[in-house]
Write a protein that binds this ligand. Sequence first.
Ligand SMILES: Nc1ncnc2c1ncn2[C@@H]1O[C@H](COP(=O)(O)OP(=O)(O)OP(=O)(O)O)[C@@H](O)[C@H]1O
Ligand SMILES: [Mg+2]
Length: 362
Amino acid sequence: MYVRKISLKNYRNIERLDLELKDGINIFYGQNAQGKTNLLESIYIGATGRSHRTHKDKELINFDENESHIRLEVQKNTIFDKIDIHLKNNSKKGIAINGIPINKLGELFGYLNVVIFSPEDLSLIKQGPQERRKFIDMELCQISNIYYYNLCQYYKILKQRNSLLKKLAKDNSLKDTLFIWDSQLVNFGCKIIKERCLFIEKLNSISQKIHKQITNNKEHLELKYKPSVLANEFKEKLEKNIEKDIFYTSTSYGPHKDDMLFFINNINARDFGSQGQQRTASLSTKLAEIQLIKEEKGILPVLLLDDVLSELDKDRQKFLIKNIKNLQVIITCTGVEDVLKNLDEKCNIFNVSNGKIITNSN
Ligand SMILES: Nc1ncnc2c1ncn2[C@@H]1O[C@H](COP(=O)(O)OP(=O)(O)OP(=O)(O)O)[C@@H](O)[C@H]1O
Ligand SMILES: [Mg+2]
């Protein structure tokens, strides 16, 4: 799978862009604040309908404009798809696939699969559980449309349950209606727990092998799912904690509180791992993500590397480059020489300057 063309209009600091990309390595280099991450972000939005940096669509539209367009042409074996995203200042964004508008974001997933790797991802282990949940969800949504549906339903019901809890804090007479939300929350919650469990098991077995290679067999990595509650205990936990939930006006147990743990040689890497160990484990996990998409979807995703090579030492850089053959990679960096040093294949090189992109060489 690869993005063969990208067109942008009034997207952040990029006024207009029509650019052909190569199936292989594409490098965008330039000084700080020129538009490199903006470009990469627009590809991510084409795949997921959302930015990895903000949930406010308004921020994606050029400051002086009211609308913005992203168009991606995606080649998947012999199939060709066109993804259009129309961002508007005053209304919901419009998404069309091959010219036909879609109503639900979930319908977009799968047309373009991406794995994004930015300096923040190197801190996946150190960050809070919310970031790790986001990582699990974004990956699973791209793999399974049903997961996305269940997740949306779960959060919708959770919101309704929490707003009822607020009412109950003032007026207890509606307490009997809580069970309606609880049974639905358990229904969708259990589906999410099961899918997450299976996903982390698969990711674990792939990342373990990768991590062994990076560390020359010195480290054994283990990814473990830490559900807030087990599926078969969810209903009971909700019932037991009703008074507590009413007091805090929020739901204390459920997949919205899940986490994922990383163990290196049986030691919790979040608490005891060195920074280097944590970063290497994140790298192994990211590389495992690529392979898992290949296994689940039968196709390699597009890899978006945002300024991440400069964050890795030489050995890790080499390992990463060696392991990203056969897929389309979009790399952003400030110094192109450092990246080219490790590459032995031909790549597209673009210079990004003040929102404009200039093709350098082939
Ligand atoms: N909505 C917007 N309209 C116009 N310009 C914007 C908008 N949003 C962001 N920008 C500008 O886009 C510029 C480029 O941002 P970007 O994050 O792509 O930089 P970059 O080239 O990746 O830089 P770095 O190397 O520091 O990561 C920034 O100066 C920012 O102010
Ligand atoms: Mg950047």
